[in-house]
Design a protein. Structure first.
Length: 652
C-alpha cells in the first residue's frame, strides 16, 4: 500500500470519526477495522460515474447502519461536487444522512432492523436479474443492466432469522450478481487475556450453495472480490478482522467504542496528521478523483455508446427510462372498467381482476406472496412464478419467508418497481417494521392483507385478526384502505396509482355482490354517504368499512321501522378522509349528531369517530374456535344485539 493510499484511508477514518464524535454516538471500532475495505472497493472495484450519482448501471452498495459513516465519507471523497456540510450534519435533526439509512442519493435502501440490509440487497439483485433478462429477450448480448450488489455487514446482522430467510431465497434464485461481505470482527484480548466467542460461518454458506471466500485481512481481499464478481453463484466473502485496531496506532491495541473522548480524538488527529475536523487535503482529493475517473472513463464511454445504440429498440428504451426515472406512473382509467350488475364473488378474486388490469399496463409491476397465492390470489395471471428457469416471471413465491418478503420488496421498490406483496392479516406484525420503512421513504410497496377479521380466519387457524388494523393505521405517511365491494376496490387502485407511495389494502374473503350504493369515484375522499337519511333531521350516523358496510345498511333499514332516521357512511380510507377539508368532514359527519361505528376490529381505527365508547361496536378480546354466528354473539355484534344497543343509546 502506497503512502498516498494510507493518507486517503486516514482521511476516510477521520471523516467517519468526526461524524461519530460530533453526533455523540456510533461505532469507532468498526471505522478502524473497515476503512481500508471501503477505500479498496471504491478505488479498485465499484463501477460508478463520479459525475452522476444516479448512473443507472452503477454497482449498488448496501451497508448496515454501523458502517454508514464509512459509506458517507467515501461518497464524499469519490463523487464530485459533494457538500461537506452533509457530513457535519450526520444524525442531526432532519439530516440528509441519518444514523439509520434512508433512501437517498447515497443509500440505495433504507434500514431499520438487524438483517434488513441483507434482505433489501437480495431485492435489488433480484430486480436487476429481472431487468437484465427482460433486455436479453430483445438483445441477448446487451449489458445495459449488469451492476453488482455489494452488501457489507457485521456478525450481528447475520445472526437474525431475517438474514437466514433472505440468504436462502438468494440461493434459490441463484443471484450471482450479489456479493455479501461479512466483517467478522474479533475483539482484541482484554486484560484477563480471555478469548472472544468465535463462530465458523463457512459451512453455513456452503450449505446454501454460495461461492465462499475467507480472507484474514482487508489487504488480501482483492482476489476474493475478483472471484466473486466472476462467480456463477451468489458470493460471500468472510473477512477475519481485529476490531478496534488501526494500522497507525496498533501498538496500543485499544478497543474503541463510544463515547470517544476529546483526548482520544486529539491523539488520532496527531497520528493521522489531520489536525482540523471535517477537512480533506484538496490536492489529495483532486488526485484521487482524477485516478478514479481514469479507471472508469473507458467503461463509461463504451456504456453510453451501447446505450445510445440499443435504446433505438423501444422496449429496451422503456427499461432504461424506467431505471432513470426510478418509478412508474400508471393511469388505471377506471371509467373504462365495467362491472356486470349481477357480479358476485370473493373480494380477493375481485382484487385479482383489478390488480391484473393495473399489472397489464406495465412490466414493472411485480407481485409476491408467502402462501403460494392460494389464499391471497394477489398474482398476475398472464405470467409465471419467477424462478431460474423463468427469470422474467412477475409472481414471486416466498414460501414461508414472510420476513424476507418484506425486505426484498423494499429492495425491488428502491429500483422503481411497483410491488404488491400479500399475506393474511394475522401476519401483519411480522411485516410491521418494513411497512414503516417503506412509508418513511415513500417507496412504492403495496401491502395486501386478506382474511381481515374473525369472520374469515386464515384457513383452519382460528386465531383471528384483532388489533392489526389499528397497528397498521398508526404508521405515519401510510394510506390504509378497507373496501367493502368491487366498486370501492376499483377506487382503491385508482387512488394508489395516483399516490405512488406505500399503501395497505385490507380485504375480506367473503363472497360479495357489487352494491348499488357504492361508488369508486368517492374512495379518493376516504369516506362518503352510502345511505341518505330519509328526513332532514338525522337521529344518528353509522360509520363502517369493509364487510361491515352492508351490515350497517341493513341495521339502518330495520331501524326505520322504529322511526329512527339514520345516515350510513362508508369509510374505505380513514387516512384519505383526514386529508379532506374541514367543511367536507363537518358536512359528512356533523359533530352534534350521535355517531356509531361498526368495525370487526379493536376500538381505535374507526372508534375515535364514535360519540362515546359505547357507541363503538368492535371486538375487545380474542376468540378461539366457534362458528361465525357464535363469535358474533360472543362479541354482541350480531344484528339483533347491535340494534338493541343502538335503540337503548338513542333513548337516553
Amino acid at each position: 500500500m502506497s503512502k498516498i493510499d494510507e493518507k486517503i484511508i486516514n482521511n476516510i477514518k477521520m471523516l467517519s470519526l468526526d461524524m461519530i464524535y460530533k453526533a455523540g454516538s456510533g461505532d469507532a471500532g468498526i471505522v478502524f477495522s473497515s476503512a481500508n475495505l471501503f477505500y479498496n472497493l471504491f478505488k479498485n472495484h465499484l463501477i460508478f460515474d463520479p459525475n452522476d450519482e444516479n448512473f443507472i448501471n452503477r454497482d449498488r452498495i448496501v451497508v448496515s447502519n454501523r458502517l454508514l459513516p464509512l459509506l458517507y465519507s467515501c461518497h464524499y471523497l469519490f463523487y464530485k461536487d459533494q457538500n461537506m456540510d452533509d457530513l457535519k450534519d450526520y444524525k442531526s435533526y432532519k439530516s440528509l444522512i441519518s444514523g439509520c439509512a434512508l433512501k437517498n442519493n447515497i443509500c440505495d435502501v433504507p434500514s431499520f432492523r438487524t438483517g434488513d440490509v441483507i434482505s433489501s440487497s437480495v431485492g435489488i439483485s433480484l430486480g436487476s436479474k429481472y431487468l437484465k433478462n427482460l433486455i436479453k429477450i430483445e438483445n441477448a448480448k446487451a449489458k445495459l443492466v449488469s451492476f453488482k450488489t455489494y452488501c457489507i455487514f457485521t456478525m450481528d446482522e447475520i445472526m437474525s432469522g431475517l438474514s437466514y430467510e433472505a440468504m436462502s431465497f438468494a440461493s434459490t434464485h441463484n443471484l450471482n450478481d450479489l456479493i455479501f461481505i461479512v466483517i467478522k470482527n474479533e475483539i482484541a484480548k482484554d486484560s484477563s487475556n480471555k478469548e472472544t466467542f468465535k463462530e465458523d460461518l463457512t459451512d453455513r454458506f456452503i450449505a446454501l450453495n454460495f461461492n465462499v471466500s475467507v480472507v484474514n485481512n482487508f489487504n488480501s481481499i482483492n482476489g476474493a472480490l475478483d472471484d466473486a464478481k466472476n462467480s456463477k453463484k451468489p458470493s460471500v466473502i468472510i473477512v477475519n478482522s481485529l476490531y478496534g485496531k488501526s494500522s497507525s496506532i496498533e501498538n496500543n491495541n485499544k478497543f474503541y467504542n463510544l463515547p470517544l473522548k476529546k483526548e482520544e480524538m486529539d491523539k488520532l488527529r496527531s497520528d493521522y496528521e489531520i489536525l482540523n475536523p471535517f477537512t480533506v487535503d484538496n490536492e489529495l482529493l483532486i488526485e484521487l478523483r482524477k485516478d478514479t475517473s481514469k479507471r472508469l472513463s473507458k467503461y463509461l464511454i463504451n456504456y453510453h455508446k451501447e446505450k445510445d445504440l440499443l435504446t433505438q429498440d423501444l422496449k429496451i428504451k422503456e427499461i432504461v427510462n424506467f431505471l432513470e426515472a426510478g418509478k412508474i406512473k400508471i393511469d388505471l382509467n377506471v371509467e373504462n372498467i365495467k362491472i356486470n350488475d349481477n357480479y358476485e364473488e370473493k373480494l380477493t378474486k375481485g382484487n385479482n381482476k383489478v390488480l391484473n388490469i393495473l399489472a397489464n399496463k406495465s412490466p414493472f409491476v411485480l407481485c409476491g406472496s408467502d402462501d403460494n397465492f392460494v389464499n391471497t390470489l394477489a398474482l398476475i395471471n398472464k405470467t409465471n412464478i419467477m424462478s431460474n428457469e423463468n427469470p422474467t416471471g412477475r409472481n414471486i413465491l416466498f414460501g414461508n419467508r414472510t420476513l424476507a418478503m418484506g425486505g426484498i420488496a423494499l429492495g425491488l421498490s428502491s429500483l422503481g418497481f411497483k410491488v404488491f406483496i400479500s399475506t393474511p392479516l394475522i401476519n401483519a406484525p411480522i411485516l410491521n417494521s418494513f411497512v414503516k420503512l417503506s412509508s418513511l421513504n415513500n417507496l412504492d410497496v403495496n401491502y395486501i392483507f386478506t382474511n381481515d377479521s374473525f369472520t374469515n380466519p386464515y384457513e383452519a387457524n382460528e386465531y383471528h385478526a384483532f388489533d392489526e388494523i389499528d397497528s397498521l393505521a398508526k404508521i405515519p405517511n401510510i394510506i390504509l384502505y378497507r373496501p367493502c365491494d368491487i366498486n370501492e376496490l376499483i377506487g382503491v387502485y385508482d387512488s394508489l396509482c395516483k399516490l405512488s407511495k406505500s399503501c395497505i389494502i385490507i380485504l375480506n374473503d367473503d363472497i360479495l355482490p357489487k352494491f348499488n350504493f357504492t361508488n369508486s369515484k368517492y374512495v379518493v375522499a376516504g369516506s362518503y354517504r352510502v345511505k341518505k337519511e330519509e328526513q332532514r333531521v338525522i337521529d344518528a350516523i353509522i360509520i363502517a368499512s369493509g364487510s361491515e358496510v352492508p351490515l350497517a345498511l341493513k341495521i339502518s333499514k330495520e331501524l326505520e321501522d322504529y322511526d329512527i332516521n339514520l345516515r350510513v357512511v362508508s369509510m374505505p380510507s380513514k387516512h384519505l378522509f383526514e386529508l379532506q377539508s374541514e367543511r367536507y368532514k363537518q358536512m359528512l359527519l356533523p359533530k352534534d349528531v350521535l355517531t356509531f361505528t361498526i368495525e370487526y376490529a379493536s376500538f381505535e381505527y374507526l372508534g375515535e369517530y364514535a360519540t362515546t365508547k359505547e357507541c363503538a361496536f368492535q371486538i375487545n378480546n380474542f376468540f378461539l374456535g366457534g362458528t361465525k354466528e357464535e363469535k358474533l354473539k360472543y362479541y354482541n355484534l350480531n344484528i339483533d344485539a347491535i340494534k338493541a344497543k343502538m335503540m337503548e343509546i338513542l333513548k337516553k
